[in-house]
Design a protein around this ligand. Structure first.
Ligand SMILES: [Cu+2]
Length: 96
């Protein structure tokens, strides 16, 4: 009886940890990076940049700030790949 209880408790912990690591893997996102894009000046710019980053990584989350001229990206891609994507939209970008 005692042994059974211990076994089910261990199973519970194993299941718990398995579920925990699974949900972490699902929630986990790539690094969140911020870029300064000095020539980004209007909605057309932000749309073009967002589009290119989305082409690079369809799951990327992009938010742009026209006042600060920054682009914040959550992606599994590298900084360099995001900078290349912004370049192909026609803009120079530097990590902030
Ligand atoms: Cu523009």
């Amino acid at each position: 009886m005692k042994k059974n209880c211990f076994a089910s408790l261990t199973d519970f912990h194993l299941t718990f940890h398995l579920l925990e690591s699974l949900s972490r893997a699902q929630v986990r996102k790539g690094p969140h990076v911020k870029f300064h894009v000095p020539n980004m000046s209007c909605g057309h710019c932000t749309a073009a940049i967002t589009k290119e980053i989305t082409v690079l990584d369809p799951t990327a989350q992009v938010s742009t700030d026209l006042d600060a001229r920054t682009v914040e990206v959550t992606t599994s891609q590298t900084d360099g790949a995001v900078i290349e994507a912004i370049k192909s939209a026609g803009y120079e970008a530097a990590p902030v």
